[in-house]
Design a protein around this ligand. Structure first.
Ligand code: ZN
Length: 244
């Protein structure tokens, strides 16, 4: 997400100047879904996702599926997301979150769209659901599970999103996970405006800061930065179906 919806130009051109070819802006409810699509229509480096985030599930009803279905037919909308489960916040009840999630998983199946999962403190529950039936292609955005969670997701063919936390000094376990998951299943993200990478922690995040995530990931994998850029760009193109 871009912090200031009214002035995204500066953040986008700064990101493009650092060599970022393509960015996916995520929607999380009605308003941001619409904004993500507007940005994707306006900027050739931007693609969009649409979905109802678990923290907005209390505002969700199944009637939203009509709009989502229409939006997902848009050529610049490349995935359903963020959808998932969040046990950290209690903005929506577990029942509301599951209804919202199940509806959208059915839609992903119907439309054969990739899924971007948000999962916070809910990996065992989400993975158990996915082990019964997983979408055709999915990623766990901003992966923050355990090694065991990562192994379960890997067996299901899942992709892993790594963000600023890969650069945080204390995050040894996350770097170990990043070393162990298949290189062709790794995606890089910023989660802007949150989770700024070292050395920019505490400031609002923006897409140009992806270079620090790439650097942290390359160091964890012991590969060079250019190779890390090239591979993660290709992975994102494969996952979202974005052609150069
Ligand atoms: Zn999220």
């Amino acid at each position: 997400m871009i912090e200031d919806f009214s002035k995204p130009e500066a953040a986008i051109s700064k990101a493009v100047d650092t060599g970022i070819e393509a960015m996916v802006v995520v929607g999380i409810e009605r308003e941001t879904n619409a904004v993500a699509i507007q940005l994707a229509e306006k900027f050739h480096s931007i693609w969009a996702t649409v979905g109802w985030h678990p923290n907005h599930a209390s505002d969700y009803t199944s009637q939203e599926l009509t709009t989502l279905r229409e939006q997902l037919a848009h050529p610049r909308v490349v995935a359903i997301g963020e959808i998932g489960l969040d046990n950290h916040w209690d903005h929506a009840t577990p029942e509301q979150q599951e209804q919202c999630l199940f509806d959208q998983l059915d839609l992903a199946d119907e439309l054969q769209k990739p899924v971007v999962f948000h999962c916070r403190e809910a990996y065992p529950r989400l993975l158990a659901l996915l082990e019964k039936h997983a979408p055709k292609r999915f990623m766990l955005h901003c992966f923050a599970g355990t090694k065991e969670d990562a192994e379960r997701a890997e067996r299901l063919g899942g992709y892993f999103g790594f963000d600023g936390p890969i650069t945080y000094k204390k995050n040894h376990e996350l770097r170990e996970i990043a070393r162990q998951v298949p290189l062709d299943r790794i995606l890089t993200e910023t989660d802007s405006p949150f989770l700024s990478p070292e050395p920019l922690r505490g400031k609002p995040n923006e897409p140009a800061n992806l270079i620090w995530v790439i650097r942290g990931l390359a160091a964890a994998r012991q590969i060079d930065e250019d190779e890390c850029r090239r591979i993660t760009t290709q992975n994102a193109r494969d996952f979202f179906g974005i052609n150069p």
